[in-house]
Design a protein around this ligand. Structure first.
Ligand code: F6R
Length: 605
C-alpha cells in the first residue's frame, strides 16, 4: 500500500526511480511522483493515475538530479489528484510516505495557527510542514527529521529529501516496511526488496522504530531510542523472471500458471524428496494445544476457513476463525494452551499484524504462514512457515492461496499424526494425496479454453451467486471475491444449505449461480439445493467431477474437474474459481492486474 523509493545514484536518478516504482506499482496506482535535488535545488514532478502518466510527464518535462525519492500512491486522506500526490514539499524539504499519520489533524491545526499554508488534503503534508518549520528554526536536516519523527503518531514509512543536500536521504520505519539497498557508490531505499531488484541484492531491513541516514557511501541506522545500531545485511536474490510477466498477458495469468511448479517445490521443502513426513521448525508442538486461533484477511482468511475443516477432521483440534480487522475488538479469550496461526501473503497486512501483536504473550505459540519470509508478520511470530510461492504481483491473490492451503494441509496432517488422531498409515496416505496436488492443478488449468467460453455469458451478468458446502463453502467465497475484485461484477457466496433461508428470493433467469460440488459426502445435499435454484429458473453452472456431473443429470452449464481425493479438492477447485474471474474480467476489458481502488499489501488498518 503506497510504494516508496529513494536513490542516491552516480547517474540520473529519475529513470532509476521510475523503474523501481514500476516494480512497486502493485502497492497503489492512484498517483505517482518523484522529487530530486539538482544543483542544490529541490524539484518534483507528479501525475494522477498510473505510473505511465508520470513517465509521460517526465518525457515532456524531465527531472534532472542524481538523488531522488519516488512514490506510487494508494489514496487514504484526500482523493487522487496532483495536489495530493507525493512527494509533498514545504520549503526546503520533500517527503514520500506510506501509512497513516493518526495525529495529523491536531498537527495541521497547530501548524496552520502558526501560519503554515497547506496545499493538499493529505496527512503527509503535516510531515513536511513540521520539518520545514524545524529547518526554519535553524535545525540541520538530521535534527529536523528527528524532531519531526518524535511528533508523529501512527504507522508509517517515510523518506525525506532536502534542498541543498545532494548526498543525503533520511528514512524511517514505524509500522510499514522499508529496506535499504547497498550499491557500489550508490545507496537505495524501497518499501520492498522487489523495488531494488536489478540494482542490488544486498539488503538491510529496518526494524520497527528505526530511522536511518543514507549517503552514497554510508548508512547509519538508529533505533527508536535514537541509539546508533547495526542491522544485518542479507543477500536477496531476485532475478527478473521472478518479477516480470515471463511472456504472459498478465501477472495473474503467470501466477495461475506457476501453481503446479510452486506447489511441487513447496511440498519438497516441507517433506523432502520422498514426502514421507512433514518437517516443522524445532519446538512447534501440536500436542500441547487445546485450541487453534486462525486469523487473516481476504483470500488468506478463506484459506484459514478451509483449514478449519482439516484441523478439526484430521487433528481433532477445535479451531476459532477470525477476520483480522475484527479479532482484537471482540475481547477474544486467550490462554497458554492456545496456538494462534496468522496467514498472510505479504506478511505486512496491518490488521493481521495488529492481531498478532494482540495475542503475543497471551497464547502458547504464535505461528505465521507467509509468502514473504522477511516480512513483519514472519519476523514477529515465534514460528514462521514460508509458502515458497515467490513474488505475487497481480493484485488478486492466486498462487499464494493454493500454496497457503498446501502448507495448512501439511500442518493439519502433522498435527493429526502428533496428536494420535491419524495412524502412521493414514498420515502417509494423506501425504501421498497431497503429493498429487501439482498434477491435478495442472489438469484443472487445462480447462482454460472451456472456462473462457463459459465466461462469455457470465461477463454479461450484473450479479453472480456462488454456492458450496463443507470445504467448498470457503471456495465459493474465494470465487466470489476474485470475481468482484477484478471484473467488478457483484458476487456473493452462500453455504448451499443456507440459500432457502433468504437468498433464494434473488433467484431468477438473470442470475448465474455457480455451484462448486465435487462428488463427496455432501454432494447429494448440494445438488438438492442446486435443483431448488433450477426450479426457479436460476442459470446454473455446476463445477464437479465426472461422477458428480453424471449424477446431477441435466444442468444448463457444466465444467468438469478431475476426480480428486477429498483432502485436496479445495486446492484443485481454487483453479476454476480463479480462471472464471480472470476470463470474465478479460471479456469485460477490466484491468486484471491493477483493479480499481485496490492495492496489494494493505498496510493501513
Ligand atoms: C484477494 C486478495 C486480498 C488479500 C488480503 C490479505 O485477491 O489478495 O483479499 O488476500 O488483502 O493480504 P495478505 O495475504 O497479504 O495478508
Amino acid at each position: 500500500m503506497c510504494g516508496i523509493v529513494g536513490i542516491l545514484s552516480k547517474h540520473e536518478a529519475s529513470p532509476q526511480i521510475l523503474d523501481a516504482l514500476k516494480r512497486l506499482e502493485y502497492r497503489g496506482y492512484d498517483s505517482a511522483g518523484i522529487a530530486t535535488v539538482n544543483h542544490g535545488q529541490l524539484d518534483r514532478r507528479r501525475a494522477v493515475g498510473k505510473l505511465i502518466n508520470l513517465s509521460d510527464t517526465l518525457v515532456h518535462d524531465p527531472l534532472p538530479g542524481r538523488v531522488g525519492i519516488g512514490h506510487t500512491r494508494w489514496a487514504t486522506h484526500g482523493g487522487p489528484s496532483v495536489a495530493n500526490a507525493h512527494p509533498h514539499q514545504a520549503g526546503r524539504v520533500a517527503v514520500v510516505h506510506n501509512g497513516i499519520i493518526e495525529n495529523f489533524r491536531a498537527l495541521r491545526e497547530s501548524l496552520t495557527a502558526e501560519g503554515a499554508q497547506f496545499t493538499s488534503e493529505t496527512d503527509t503534508e503535516t510531515i513536511v510542514q513540521l520539518t520545514s518549520r524545524f529547518l526554519a528554526q535553524g535545525m540541520t536536516p538530521v535534527q529536523a527529521a528527528r524532531a519531526t519523527l518524535k511528533q508523529l503518531e501512527g504507522a508509517f514509512a517515510l523518506a525525506f529529501l532536502f534542498d541543498g543536500e545532494e548526498d543525503l536521504i533520511i528514512c524511517a520505519r514505524r509500522g510499514s516496511p522499508l529496506c535499504i539497498g547497498h550499491g557500489e557508490g550508490e545507496m537505495y531505499l524501497g518499501s520492498d526488496a522487489i523495488a531494488l531488484a536489478g540494482m542490488t541484492d544486498r539488503i538491510t531491513y529496518l526494524e520497527e522504530g528505526d530511522w536511518a541516514i543514507l549517503t552514497r557511501e554510508t548508512v547509519q541506522v538508529f533505533d527508536s531510542e535514537d541509539q546508533q545500531t547495526a542491522r544485518p545485511m542479507m543477500r536477496i536474490a531476485l532475478d527478473n523472471a521472478q518479477i516480470d510477466k515471463s511472456g504472459h498477458k498478465h501477472f495473474m495469468a503467470k501466477e495461475m500458471a506457476q501453481q503446479p511448479a510452486i506447489l511441487k517445490a513447496a511440498m519438497a521443502q516441507y517433506t523432502g524428496a520422498d514426502a514421507s513426513a512433514v518437517a516443522l521448525p524445532e519446538g512447534l508442538d501440536f500436542t500441547r494445544v487445546d485450541r487453534l486461533l486462525m486469523v487473516a484477511c481476504g483470500t488468506a482468511f478463506y484459506a484459514c476457513q478451509v483449514a478449519k475443516y482439516w484441523f478439526e477432521r484430521y487433528a481433532g483440534l477445535p479451531v476459532e476463525l477470525d477476520i483480522a480487522s475484527e479479532f482484537r475488538y471482540r475481547d477474544p479469550v486467550l490462554g497458554p494452551q492456545n496456538m494462534a496461526i496468522f496467514v498472510s501473503q505479504s506478511g505486512e497486512t496491518a490488521d493481521t499484524l495488529a492481531a498478532l501483536r494482540h495475542v503475543r504473550g497471551e497464547v502458547g505459540q504464535v505461528v505465521s504462514v507467509v509468502n514473504v519470509p522477511t516480512s513483519s508478520i514472519a519476523r514477529e511470530s515465534t514460528f514462521a512457515l514460508p509458502i515458497h510461492a515467490g513474488p505475487e504481483i497481480g493484485v488478486a491473490s492466486t498462487k499464494a492461496f493454493t500454496a497457503q492451503l498446501q502448507v495448512l494441509a501439511l500442518l493439519a496432517l502433522r498435527a493429526g499424526r502428533d496428536r494420535g488422531r491419524l495412524t502412521e498409515a493414514e498420515y502417509a496416505s494423506r501425504l501421498d494425496e497431497l503429493r498429487s496436488v501439482p498434477g491435478f492443478v495442472a489438469l484443472a488449468l487445462d480447462r482454460e479454453e472451456e472456462i473462457r467460453r463459459l465466461t462469455e455469458i457470465l461477463s454479461q451478468a450484473r450479479d453472480v451467486l456462488f454456492l458450496g458446502r463443507g470445504v467448498m463453502y470457503p471456495l465459493a467465497h474465494e470465487g466470489a471475491l476474485k470475481l468482484k475484485e477484478i471484473s467488478y461484477i457483484h458476487a456473493e457466496a452462500y453455504a448451499a444449505g443456507e440459500l432457502k433461508h433468504g437468498p433464494i428470493a434473488l433467484i431468477d433467469q438473470d442470475l448465474p449461480v455457480i455451484v462448486m460440488a465435487p462428488y463427496d459426502a455432501l454432494f447429494e445435499k448440494t445438488i438438492s439445493n442446486m435443483q431448488e435454484v433450477m426450479a426457479r429458473q436460476g442459470r446454473v453452472l455446476l463445477i464437479s467431477d465426472a461422477k458428480g456431473l453424471a449424477e446431477a443429470g441435466d444442468v444448463p452449464h457444466a465444467l468438469q474437474m478431475p476426480t480428486v481425493p477429498e483432502l485436496i479438492a479445495p486446492i484443485v477447485y481454487a483453479v476454476p474459481a480463479q480462471m472464471i474471474a480472470y476470463h470474465t474480467a478479460l471479456h469485460r476489458g477490466t484491468d486484471v492486474d491493477q483493479p480499481r481502488n485496490l492495492a496489494k499489501s494493505v498496510t493501513v488498518e
